[in-house]
Design a protein around this ligand. Structure first.
Ligand SMILES: Cc1cc2nc3c(=O)[nH]c(=O)nc-3n(C[C@H](O)[C@H](O)[C@H](O)COP(=O)(O)OP(=O)(O)OC[C@H]3O[C@@H](n4cnc5c(N)ncnc54)[C@H](O)[C@@H]3O)c2cc1C
Length: 500
């Protein structure tokens, strides 16, 4: 059965953090617009945005070594770290705005303060970390960062990691207390609850099957209502494809020229998780190490304290792996069906270029739990297998495209907003830095797709995000104000005391 529905202003596809964020911003900017959201699963935040499917790091470049690279002259390039930190401040301001307006509540249910640390071993890595620390700590965005290569200090900071360590290899770490653990699943659910109160039509168990342009320039979506088995058709002036790993297939269905010559490379993830309170209480930080040679940047090993459902646990990983699925709940045919005549050469070129990465990922998939425990023991020498369980994480579909620098079939590790020239449809591809920068990325979607409104909306955006359009690094006074006001609104200072 098929039934025609009335048209709407905006359709959001997928109930992840990206659609939740875009819907919330648009409702603040133009409350009168009609918005509908379709999600194929039963609830919001069930795929990558779910708390158990990602690492929950509020990525502000405080600890991720892959955001700072060493230049040929030996100096450290911190430009990417600055960009990501500024983008995270945008998220913090928007979340604070929502709390201050009572649009969402109980910030402790989605954000907790947690020191962010980088830890390295070996002479060369220690020298790199020291130089990185010197470059970052001079910058106002990274104020408060400390460095130590003193075992006594490190024992204070990371007792679980230092205990039982017999190697004489030099070891060093940096620590900054203004880091966070973010429960993106809880935040996504809160935002959809809020959107429901704002009359956004939210439909779960509705899978978008096709997207076509109508003669009058609208977009018509063919949607399978999984509960009734009916096919529905809904039209909108603007569509956001926030299907996470499912976005590429949907983008390809639009047929827009911008969707061509793009492919996806899925990377799966596995964490080790520990709930033994005796072990959990000995660690209080997110500690990021260095990626192994040949490993993709998103598989940098880290040992994290997590706050999920008011409980502390530890998470280690992610171990990257290969699976042809584009979503955790996806199909083994996802990769193959994403190959189209227009992207087959791009995909083949990437296949040839990324042979060693694919081999690495396949090897990683084959690792036994005990082999994964051995990797964990590089962090926690005394880790016991019985304290740790394997948890399957979300899928990350990296973008493959042809670039001037990398040539045909170049693997990208960032996020990409792909939109039609007329701004009537946009899709988000890629997964890094991910949920942490959702607000910045959704503002990019708004800028690209609603250029005619940006001027009139600017004052409203500034109300939500006081630093909008400004560089915080170059405005230390505003940075200080924002640090203070966001910590207060999100209750980060109080919680720090409560948990210490
Ligand atoms: C292992 C791992 C670790 C990560 N760690 C971090 C981290 O520490 N910090 C961080 O900031 N980010 C992290 N990320 C990235 C972050 O999780 C993602 O960037 C973010 O959750 C993506 O949100 P999304 O809304 O785009 O997608 P998702 O949360 O995946 O949501 C997409 C939704 O669309 C639905 N959907 C798909 N196709 C259809 C369709 N045809 N019809 C209807 N619905 C559809 C899906 O069911 C899903 O619910 C990590 C990701 C992974 C996998």
């Amino acid at each position: 059965m098929s039934n025609k529905e009335t048209k709407t202003d905006v359709i959001l596809i997928g109930a992840g953090i990206m659609s939740a964020t875009l819907g919330t911003i648009l409702k603040e900017l133009v409350p009168e617009w009609k918005i509908k959201m379709f999600e194929k699963l039963e609830n919001a935040g069930e795929e990558s945005s779910n708390e158990w499917n990602n690492a929950g790091t509020g990525h502000a470049a405080l600890c991720e070594l892959n955001y700072t690279s060493e230049k040929t002259d030996g100096s450290i390039d911190i430009s990417k770290a600055i960009k990501i930190n500024e983008q995270f401040q945008v998220s913090m301001q928007f979340w604070s705005y929502l709390i201050n307006r009572n649009l969402i509540s109980n910030p402790q249910d989605f954000i907790m303060p947690l020191p962010h640390m980088s830890m390295v071993q070996g002479e060369e890595n220690v020298t790199f970390l020291k130089k990185r620390f010197e470059a970052l700590s001079e910058n106002p965005l990274f104020q408060g960062m400390e460095f130590s290569n003193e075992p006594k200090k490190l024992k204070e900071w990371i007792p679980l990691i230092m205990e039982g360590r017999t190697s004489n290899e030099p070891i060093a770490a940096t620590k900054i207390d203004s880091g966070t653990d973010v429960n993106f699943g809880a935040l996504t659910r809160m935002l959809f609850d809020h959107l429901k109160n704002q009359d956004v039509e939210i439909k779960y168990k509705h899978q978008v099957e096709d997207i076509k342009r109508t003669e009058d320039g609208l977009w018509e979506l063919k949607i399978w209502n999984k509960e009734t088995g009916n096919i529905e058709r809904h039209t909108a002036k603007f569509v956001f494809i926030g299907g996470g790993g499912g976005s590429l297939h949907l983008l390809q269905k639009t047929g827009i020229p911008e969707s061509k010559h793009i492919g996806g490379f899925p990377v799966s993830g596995i964490f080790l998780s520990c709930n033994n309170p005796e072990v959990v209480k000995q660690h209080h930080a997110k500690v990021y190490g260095k990626a192994k040679v040949g490993a993709p940047p998103m598989s940098v090993p880290h040992l994290d304290t997590r706050y999920i459902d008011n409980q502390k646990s530890l998470l280690f990983g992610p171990f990257a792996g290969f699976s042809p699925k584009f979503l955790k709940t996806g199909s083994n045919m996802d990769l193959i069906t994403s190959v189209k005549p227009n992207n087959v050469l791009t995909m083949l070129a990437a296949g040839a270029k990324e042979m060693s990465l694919t081999k690495y990922l396949i090897q990683q998939v084959m690792l036994s739990k005990e082999q994964r425990m051995e990797e964990l023991r590089e962090f926690i020498p005394n880790a016991k297998s019985e304290d740790w369980d394997l948890v399957v994480a979300g899928q990350r579909v990296q973008v493959i495209k042809d670039t001037v620098e990398g040539g045909k079939g170049t693997l990208q590790f960032g996020t990409e907003v792909i939109s039609a020239a007329d701004g009537s449809i946009a899709a988000l591809l890629g997964a890094s830095p991910g949920a942490s920068t959702a607000v910045h990325v959704m503002l990019e979607v708004i800028k690209k797709c609603f250029p005619q409104h940006i001027e009139e909306w600017e004052w409203k955006i500034k109300k939500m995000i006081p630093s909008y359009g400004e560089s915080l690094m170059e405005n230390p006074e505003l940075l200080r104000e924002i640090h203070t006001s966001t910590a207060e609104a999100l209750g980060l200072k109080e919680k720090e005391l409560a948990y210490s």
